[in-house]
Design a binder for this molecule. Structure first.
Ligand code: S3P
Ligand code: PEP
Length: 427
């Protein structure tokens, strides 16, 4: 097991960063959606991290011709998706496995989706149940709840589905299924979740209307190919945003990131806690894109986070570090979904903070954190990239040993290289 030692530097963080990992959610979708066209797609700045490279390999196994030329990925789709002669390994990625469930359910052939030991523990009934209801032949351990998931493609019926879970993965799986259903479908979500799927498919020519419900028309011909530059990932950039917000006299500029409101809510919370946060919109292609500037603005204040949870779910572990050093108490509620991510992120955050001698307690759907001083600690990441990177940022204020750091490569392979620009790190 690889470990990393981060030594606190006691110096300001100053960084203009154009090397934040490319967006993971958008990269997965680029690879997968290229199969909906009959012409080559060109993807600039595709995220070359384990999760998204696994998705690209799956797209290849389904018959696409993939070539990587510097930071451009070219994908030539097959005339018809191939039935693979092997299982399709999604690695650590919930996004990949759940979206592929929807995508493959209506295609000719037999497909088996699997992943690493963490992914094989995550719940899949949230997609397999609604897909079965519209006719998909899909199964797995615990009656279709656990991977490996086996799918035999079949014609699907249109649907009018109201989801109880605010999940972009469930929504995307159902939209992908609806594209090949026998009539128009509708999908209603309890709150808007990240909408990259709708934006990108619409950009490719699909008829998807989003208002209170999402209306999806089946496609009658191949979609237009993608020609896209993937923006930086605001969830990855957020680790450095927290660094700027907690280390006196710091400033971090995260360049060319998506400013999609469903992705930057954690930055608004940092602002509510007292940090200075500016958004500079520069472009709009599929998504609004620009820079985010975060500066230290005095000690942070405790905050309550109980709304728009799906807009900041992935950033909550890093926000917990900010909460741990803020003045006063912070509360996170309505975040039960944290328990079914790469790890149980409620118990991992609380275990880690307790090791740093922060007073905190766990609730079923969140936690409370009394701000204080972080103390040096050894943190188990439990194989979860976001836990590893969050506590590594805590290392800027108190020396940290992070155990099990290979997982960082699932979303942000150059994270350690960037952290080394700020302080001493030994791996
Ligand atoms: O659709 C996506 O790309 C994602 C959706 C979210 O998961 P849920 O749909 O489970 O909320 C998020 O946590 C994940 O990192 C990426
Ligand atoms: C939850 C995450 O990803 P996924 O669900 O795709 O594994 C994440 O990156 O924090």
């Amino acid at each position: 097991m690889k470990i990393m030692k981060v030594f606190s530097a006691n110096k300001p963080v100053n960084m203009v960063c154009d090397k934040i990992a490319s967006d993971k959610s958008i990269s997965h979708r680029c690879a997968m959606f290229s199969l909906l066209s009959d012409q080559p797609s060109k993807i600039c700045n595709f995220l070359k991290a384990e999760d998204t490279l696994n998705t690209l390999k799956i797209v290849e196994k389904l018959g696409a011709d993939v070539s990587i030329d510097g930071n451009i990925v070219n994908i030539v789709p097959p005339k018809k998706v191939h039935e693979p002669d092997d299982v399709l390994d999604c690695g650590n990625s919930g996004t990949a496995i759940r979206l592929f469930c929807g995508f493959l359910s209506s295609l000719d052939g037999h497909f088996v989706l699997t992943g690493d030991k963490y992914l094989r523990r995550r719940p899949m009934r949230r997609v397999t149940d609604p897909l079965r209801k519209i006719g998909a032949k899909i199964d797995g351990r615990e009656d279709g709840n656990l991977a490996p998931i086996s799918i035999r493609g079949k014609e699907l019926k249109s649907f009018h589905f109201e989801s109880k879970i605010a999940s972009a993965q469930v929504k995307s799986a159902m939209i992908l299924a609806a594209l090949r259903a026998d009539a128009p479908s509708t999908y209603k979500e309890p709150e808007l979740t990240r909408d990259h799927t709708e934006r990108m498919l619409r950009g490719m020519g699909a008829k998807i209307e989003s208002s209170e419900v999402i209306k999806i028309e089946p496609i009658t011909k191949p979609l237009n190919p993608l020609d896209i530059t993937v923006p930086a990932d605001p969830s990855s950039g957020f680790f450095f945003a927290v660094a700027a917000a907690i280390v006196p006299d710091s400033k971090v500029v995260i360049k060319n990131t998506t400013l999609n409101p469903t992705r930057i809510e954690a930055y608004n919370v940092l602002k509510r806690m007292g940090a200075k946060v500016e958004l500079i919109e520069k472009d709009n292609r599929y998504e609004p894109i620009g820079d985010i500037v975060v500066s230290y603005n005095g000690k942070l204040k405790g905050v309550e986070v109980s709304q728009k949870i799906s807009w900041l779910i992935d950033e909550l572990p890093a926000l917990a570090i900010a909460m741990a050093v803020a003045d006063g108490k912070s509360i996170v509620k309505n975040a039960r979904e944290l328990r079914v991510k790469e790890s149980d992120r409620i118990s991992c955050v609380i275990e880690g903070l307790k090791r740093c001698k922060i007073v905190c307690s766990e609730m079923e759907d969140g936690y409370t954190i009394e701000g204080g001083n972080l103390h040096s600690a050894t943190i188990n990441s439990y194989g979860d990239h976001r836990i590893a990177m969050s506590f590594a940022i805590g290392g800027l204020l108190a020396d940290m040993v992070i155990e099990d750091i290979d997982c960082i490569a699932t979303s942000f392979p150059n994270f350690i290289e960037l952290l080394k620009e700020l302080t001493e790190v030994n791996c």
